[in-house]
Design a protein around this ligand. Sequence first.
Ligand code: DC
Length: 218
Amino acid sequence: MSIPVLTIDGPGGAGKGTVSRAVAKKLGWNYLDSGSIYRSLAIALQKQGINLANEFDIVKVAQAMDLEFDCGEEFSVKLNGTDITDQLALESTGNIASIIAALPEVRRVLVQKQKAFKQMPGLVADGRDMGTVIFPEAEIKVFLTASAAKRAARRYKQLIEKGIDANLCTIINEIEERDRRDMERKIAPLVMASDAFYIDSSEMTINSVIEEVLNLIH
Ligand code: DC
């Protein structure tokens, strides 16, 4: 029997993570946060002091990286045995992840780590190229987006609520810069799969997005 896959692609901050986790939980399916794999590599490179211009060494670290995901109640990730969950969400980690994700050989090395998540009873995969490159065979594909201004406002609110000082203009600039890099790279750029459902969450609550995705499945 084939293993069902639901892919949710889109730019950062559109709510993919929250929606994917909720849908996977509801269905009892596995969950792949593919961005966290690129983020983990970014952390490994920082720990080892690797220069981001040195593609050869970056690929070596990607090949040697041992990642353990716990996608239960509390999502956590161990890199070579050390818990790195707290560092994953940092803005600096996301920016480095976006830079190294443009390297073709890095993407090639990380393909199998992502495909390994496809297991019974099903998979919800979130990222940029889940429906176009990693799981083109997926039964249901969603492209979830929101305006850069809305995404920045949500991010700003999260940071302020955590007591972290933030500047809305800086966040908008960073979001636009990351969008541009993810969409313009030569390999596996962020594009909507031709057979994906388009959802713009700018004016939607997260619960209504979750409901819409569950309706697509049913
Ligand atoms: O979804 P995220 O913010 O955790 O992703 C961080 C970066 O990783 C993103 O800016 C680009 C890269 N990425 C990618 O290239 N392909 C994916 N499938 C997921 C993330």
